[in-house]
Design a protein around this ligand. Structure first.
Ligand code: KG4
Ligand code: ZN
Length: 342
């Protein structure tokens, strides 16, 4: 018998609800919050208020698109953390009340766990899914990690950023150039017109599988600041080249580390997840490396790279089949909790 899950995501600035039947996606509705555009980052208080306004219409729409009656839902899966506490509280409260009213289980989902599993979302453009074990490069606005995925439930972080996340590195450079938040997609688009060799950024010196992006971000800031002294139009005149060179520097770090991880573990099945995994240069470089190193590459549909409830519902499905349910008294958490891998 099929299992129907309502997934709810509200950890940052996207309010999203999705319906899945087993791991097949029936609907995935996302309400974005443009209010943060001019602030260079997400303003937590605005985010939680927008979630409150959007969450019921978003769930309603997800049910309509999926042509599912709420009485058909078997469980509600929701992001319980990590993320912005005020935002998480909205999704968590709605999920628990929805489930309580229908007398069905709730399933707490770790947001990062769901990003990793986004490659298993089945839709009409379904691609091949990886066999275990595989390596996942998880690159989002708050996290940069290399994860050895042993199965749907068992994952080991083998490398992570010691300071900024890759997404933050994009967002902060975009802010320096006066571009709106989130900066990653804007830099990606501008880069298409730019030259990757126009500007040089020193490679971060962090050993092993760990990452560091704060030095790269600072060298970008200094380069722009120094040029502005002599030319106040420096940014406008060089914006595409700046974007392309910086994007290439960030992606080169990511590629270098995933290469090393594959070498060290002997695992040649590679996947990516999280907002930065939508980046076109990163995907292009990964394709090139996969041909060179005989990797099998598993890329999520870019629509499931950034935050969405489809990945929450699919992660919920995998927990449902193991009867890993949560208590109605569960509360959200903003940061990684002790004992958790993420
Ligand atoms: O996974 P996500 O939607 O939210 C978090 O869990 O953090 O990731 C958001 C991050 C932002 O930093 C955004 O700038 C970045 O992903 N991002 C991108 C692209 N699309 C989103 N970075 C580079 N290139 C993109 N195309
Ligand atoms: Zn995310």
């Amino acid at each position: 018998m099929s299992i129907i899950i309502l997934g709810i995501e509200s950890s940052c600035d996207e309010t999203s609800a999705a319906i899945t039947k087993d791991n097949v996606l029936l609907s995935n509705i996302i309400a974005n919050q443009s209010i943060h555009k001019n602030y260079g980052g997400v303003v937590p208080e605005f985010a939680s208020r927008k979630h409150q306004k959007n969450i019921i219409p978003v769930i309603d729409q997800a049910l309509k698109v999926a042509k599912i009656n709420k009485k058909q839902i078997d469980a509600v899966a929701f992001t319980n953390g990590p993320g912005l506490l005020g935002s998480l509280l909205v999704g968590t409260s709605v999920a628990k009340h929805f489930a309580m009213a229908l007398d069905i289980p709730v399933i707490e989902i770790n947001h990062l766990h769901a990003h990793v599993l986004s490659v298993f979302i089945k839709d009409s453009q379904q691609q091949l899914t990886p066999q275990f074990p595989y390596l996942c490069l998880l690159v989002s606005g708050g996290h940069t990690q290399i994860i050895l995925v042993k199965d749907y439930y068992s994952m080991e972080t083998i490398g992570e950023s010691i300071d900024d996340a890759a997404g933050e590195a994009f967002d902060k450079a975009a802010k320096v150039m006066g571009l709106p938040y989130p900066g990653g997609p804007v830099i990606d688009k501008l880069s298409k017109e730019g030259n990757i060799n126009s500007f040089f950024f020193p490679e971060p010196k962090v050993g092993g599988l760990n990452f560091s992006f704060s030095g790269l971000k600072t060298s970008f800031l200094y380069l722009v600041r120094d040029h502005l002294k002599n030319n106040k139009d420096f940014i406008q005149m060089n914006i595409a080249d700046l974007a392309a060179s910086y994007q290439n520097a960030v992606c080169s770090v990511l590629i270098k580390k995933i290469l090393l991880a594959s070498e060290q573990t002997g695992v040649k099945r590679i996947s990516i997840a999280g907002g930065v995994s939508a980046n076109s240069r990163l995907r292009e470089m990964l394709f090139k490396e996969s041909r060179k190193n005989q990797w099998s590459l598993y890329l999520p549909n870019p629509a499931y790279s950034t935050d969405n409830a489809a990945m929450i519902a699919v992660a919920g499905y995998f927990k449902y089949i193991k009867k890993q349910f949560s208590d109605y008294t569960i509360v959200p958490y903003s940061r990684k909790i002790q004992g958790e891998i993420f």
